[in-house]
Design a protein around this ligand. Structure first.
Ligand SMILES: NC(=O)c1ccc[n+]([C@@H]2O[C@H](COP(=O)([O-])OP(=O)(O)OC[C@H]3O[C@@H](n4cnc5c(N)ncnc54)[C@H](O)[C@@H]3O)[C@@H](O)[C@H]2O)c1
Length: 361
């Protein structure tokens, strides 16, 4: 459906914070342009217009889809709208990047996968915006794991210690019914990275967490904000690898926002962001032998909010489109990352181990 040299015309649905990050990154890539965008919110539309003045602005995304000749559509609306927008887009002959989380629960993700299969178009690339794997230290850590630096992977610990959720248009992210819950909305990124490193399917989850500090007094439409702000999540993979997420969203006083630590049979590898450092420590070399490597993105990579990861994500997706390759980040990856988050929320609510099969039926 797309030739190797074809100029790619993009339409963006939802041009809030993330939609504008996509626009900024696409502007920096040759051979493509954002020709249209749609958003129901006037301020978001005018922010996008400032970034990409020549693009046509729409209020109704369906009108944009019916009017414009688009090759690629990016869906960057709030989480609870991904499914319905995706169902409209997937019927058309366009490549699609849908932001994470794929849906707010596994059932939605399953509906989206069925819609993709039903409207199958040869050569069409359908991609999920799980771009953390493209952050420079993370991708270096993944390369080291894949080249055998730590032997057989046994343990993967990811710590995210950061600031509270940012304010979003109409405060959609303050209620779990819109986001899927913090462990779906935010942490699907980390469950995706964990699954990628483990090279296996997550099978069960145990979690402890709560909303203890943030947004406790906020009311939206008569509903109190109910978004969890700290948790420990333990994930068992089918091949015996163990994963753990440590999330704190009231930890601004942290040197790093994300730290990934993989321990294998022969060595330990750590990645730190934004410090942009990877540390490798072989068991035989002990503490004095730990090697510290400074890792940053190549200079042509645009540093958006995600350290250049969105730029690399678009480059990788365009490569797949132009060469007729399979997507690197599939809807199935999107589903698994949501499944672990959903299982973790259920585990917290019911104080028990939850199997991924149980929530995937
Ligand atoms: N991949 C990442 O790292 C990353 C980071 C941040 C956000 N996101 C995801 O991107 C999506 C958007 O998040 P955000 O931070 O930009 O939120 P946001 O509130 O800043 O922007 C969402 C935009 O969607 C618009 N919108 C709502 N309904 C619409 C409709 N029917 N048609 C068109 N536009 C509509 C809103 O008006 C708003 O401008 C979410 O799914 C979020 O989880 C991904």
């Amino acid at each position: 459906m797309t030739s190797s040299s074809q100029f790619l015309r993009y339409g963006i649905i939802g041009v809030g914070m993330m939609g504008c990050e996509h626009i900024r990154n696409l502007k920096a890539i040759d051979g493509c342009a954002v020709v249209a965008f749609a958003d129901t919110h006037e301020t978001s539309r005018s922010n996008a217009k400032r970034l990409v003045g020549k693009a046509t602005s729409y209020v109704d995304y369906r009108e944009m889809l019916a009017t414009e000749q688009l090759d690629v559509v990016v869906i960057a609306t709030p989480n609870h709208m991904h499914r319905s927008v995706f169902e409209d887009v997937i019927k058309l002959d366009m490549h699609v990047l849908v932001e994470k989380p794929l849906g707010i629960n596994v059932a939605e993700c399953q509906i989206m996968i069925a819609a993709k299969d039903q409207h199958h178009k040869p050569g069409r690339v359908v991609w999920v915006g799980l771009e953390y794997r493209y952050m420079a230290p993370t991708s270096r850590l993944i390369d080291e794991v894949n080249s055998g630096t730590c032997g057989e992977v046994k343990m993967i610990a990811i710590r995210e210690h950061r600031f509270p959720f940012l304010q979003k248009v109409d405060n959609w992210n303050r209620l779990s019914k819109n986001t899927g819950g913090t462990l779906v909305e935010k942490c699907c990124h980390f469950f995706d990275v964990m699954t990628l490193i483990a090279k296996s399917r997550p099978v069960s989850v145990y979690a402890s967490g709560a909303q203890d500090v943030n947004h406790l007094d906020e009311i939206y439409g008569g509903l109190r904000s109910d978004i969890l702000d700290n948790a420990y999540v333990v994930v068992d993979f089918a091949n015996g690898v163990r994963g753990m997420l440590d999330l704190a969203m009231f930890a601004e006083g942290s040197k790093n926002e994300q730290e990934i630590c993989v321990v294998g049979s022969t060595a330990k590898i750590e990645a730190m962001m934004p410090e942009s450092v990877v540390r490798i420590g072989k068991r035989e070399s002990r503490r004095d032998g730990v090697v510290e490597i400074s890792v940053s993105q190549a200079s042509e990579v645009v540093a958006g909010f995600h350290g250049g990861a969105s730029y690399l994500e678009h480059r990788a997706m365009q490569n797949a489109i132009r060469k007729g390759l399979e997507p690197v980040v599939t809807l199935e990856d999107g589903l698994l990352s949501v499944a672990v988050g959903q299982a973790a929320h259920l585990s917290i609510a019911e104080k028990r181990i939850v199997s991924i099969d149980e929530i995937s039926r």
